[in-house]
Design a protein around this ligand. Sequence first.
Ligand code: HEC
Length: 127
Amino acid sequence: MSLVARLRLGVGIILCLLHTAPMAGPLPGEALFAVACEACHSLESEPDHRIGPPLGGLNGRKAAAVSGFAYSPALQNSDWRWTLPTLLAWLTDPDAAIPNNAMNYVNALSAEETQRLAEWLLAQQSD
Ligand code: HEC
């Protein structure tokens, strides 16, 4: 199994566990990020060893703007800027939002969780 497939399987299993575990309340954005995104993304400003670009300071940033990260041509040519509406569209269905992008991610969160995660992420500066 490829690394990405294994990561996705792992994320899927964790999400299943979280959805079945009895919980005191809704998961905060930070926990949703840890479960659904952190395998591939950090909150740094510089690219690290991960599969996806760092996401610190995302709010208002042009898409594909972190120098040194090998973005897909699709994202580079997208002319997108990261705000709440664009981030929600991207996370809800990346392939519909920007066809041929390289983010191998299927959203397993509810619309409400996706919104909470997006709002939390846009409030984060880089570490
Ligand atoms: C399997 C790995 C993987 C997972 C899981 C993943 N991403 Fe990504 N993400 C990527 C890759 C790879 C790219 C670069 C896509 C491209 O170049 O087309 C990307 C790009 C992005 C971008 C664009 C960044 C920029 O600089 O323009 C955002 C925003 C983003 N991801 C958010 C998220 C969020 C939030 C989550 C969790 C809900 C998530 N991603 C889950 C791999 C992943």
